[in-house]
Every structure is written in structure tokens, then in C-alpha cells.
Design a protein around this ligand. Sequence first.
Ligand code: PEP
Ligand code: MN
Length: 343
Amino acid sequence: MIVIMMPGTPEQEVMSLKRRIEDKDVRVSVTKGDKYYVLGLVGDTTAIDKSKIEANEHVSRVMKVQEPYKLANRLFHQKNTIIDVSGNTIGGDKIAVMAGPCSVESEDQIVEIAKSVKESGASFLRGGAFKPRTSPYSFQGLRESGLDLLKIAKEETGLPIVTEIMSTDMIDRFVQDVDIIQVGARNMQNFELLKELGKTKKPILLKRGLSATIEELLMSAEYIMAGGNENVILCERGIRTFENYTRNTLDLSAIPAIKKLSHLPIIVDPSHAAGLWWMVEPLAKAAVAVGADGLIIEVHNDPENAKCDGQQSIKPERFDKLMKDLNKLAYIEKRYVYDPLRV
Ligand code: PEP
Ligand code: MN
């Protein structure tokens, strides 16, 4: 961090600020220029509140040299983080595909879809039990009985399950029954929830907020990691822009940006990004091409009668074809989507 003082600031004011910063265990070098002093802060500046320094009447400008997140930062952790969920990796050479309906609707529905996505090579089953809906009159999910049905689908197929948590009071149940806990876009900055999830060791799928910057997403990951849980998977799911042809705008540039800034795996959700079933395939391919570590895709056996997000759900046959194409695409980059020799 660099602090530029106002021209003409008396030396004792500069030294007093220097001492206050040094009290936070940060070294400070003072440079006297022709017109003003410049302070260079060296060391771990995470405990320094930039806005407090800016509030000092003798300070002209404060500039951050380093990002405010530490545990999620690639600078301090060069190697990619690979998360292992019962033998299924996210962040390595394998492109992890999570597939399933937007919401769990019935035992037959979830078990049938789970079997078919498994057959196509998906490594995780997705399905919402608790649904964050814009309208309180829309289907809110089967809630706890939805978790029971996901468990049945897991027992039938062996697929680990990914499902969304909405409040801290469900954490114990999720830790017991869920393999990857999803924090949805609307809860990306629910800091109390993030802190509590940080106390668990469960892999967390953290989706980017509707209007969140890349830095805000990484700061939310930092909340979970600061609590002791470093198993965070990031997810780009489209952001809100002025464009309204698609439900959101898929920010593909976030993938290489996050790869540069962080060691955490990042996956893409082409379903919520576009909100249109026929765009899922090209966007999923684009995500693999820009280096995403995985995909989360909505698949429904009867999209027209789906209780939620049918318009963006693809049918199992289309998903099967997509998986074959993705595997070919991944091969070019010496990666793979599923083991072609799988039984
Ligand atoms: C979902 O995955 O069903 C979902 C609600 O996603 P998002 O939080 O990205 O809107
Ligand atoms: Mn959905």
C-alpha cells in the first residue's frame, strides 16, 4: 500500500501517521519528494483499513499495491488447488461436470435424471431443495424432504450431491448429507453464512453474485477460507448487465482473470448465465475453451413441466451429446470430462 500525503504536510504529522501504521506490525518507509511525502507500507497489510487512512486530512491518496485477499490469492499459493470429493476431483486435469434439475421435484424425477446424467459421464448430481425465488408465490423447493430425495438418488447412483444452502440453521444437516454445499448468487455476500461455512470442512461452491465484481467474489471466498475451510470452488454464472436478451451476461473473461488472481478452481454455469436452453451447449464449450475447471448444467427430463427453470434446462439426450463433444474439446488441452473407459 502506498500513502501520498498532501503537499506541505508538516513532518510531525507524517511521523505520527507512520507510528500508527507501524503499531499494526507493518513496516513503513518514508520518502520526501519535492512537494510531498510518500509512505510505502511493507508487510501484511490485511489489518490496515484503507478508508481510515483516507480519512486523515493530511492524506491525499492511498493506493493498494496488492489485492485485499490473502488466502485465495495465487501470490501466496502458486499451485492450483485441487478439491477431491470422494475421488472426484475439481481443479485438476478432469473437467468436473455437475448436472441435474434446477430443483428436486419427486423421487422418480431426481432418480431418473441422476441415472441418466451419470450414464453420460457427469461426476456430480445437482438439484435444489431450498430454492431462492424472486417471488414468494413461486415454488420454494421441497426443502428438507428434497434433501432426503437427493440422498436416495445418491444411494442409487453413487453420484455425490451439490445443493444450495440458504441459512445457517441448516448447516449441520447439510454437512451430514451433502457433498458440496452451494452458496447461491443471492447469498454470495451473506457474510454470517460464509463465516459459519468457514468452520466446516465441506467443499463450498460459491457462485458469483448478480452484480458482484471478481474482487468481491474472491473476498467472499476469503471469508470462508479465513474461518479455516480452504475447500472453495468458485462459479461464474453470469452477471447483470444492460443486455436483456439473455437472463444474465456470461463473463467468460472472469475465468482467465480468476485463474491469474487465485489458485481456487472455477467452474461455469451456462444455464443461469443465458437462461435459454439452446445457448447452454455453445456456452459450455466456450467455458471449457477458456479454461474452466468444470460446469454446472441444468438437465431435466421434462423441461416443459419443470417446477423451476425449465426454459434453461436441457434434456438428457442433448446433455449426452454435449458431454461427448466436451470430452473431445478437453482432449485438445490434455484434459478430460469423463474416463472413456468407464463402465
Ligand atoms: C441454482 O443453481 O439453481 C441457482 C439458483 O443459481 P444462482 O444462485 O446462480 O442464481
Ligand atoms: Mn435454476
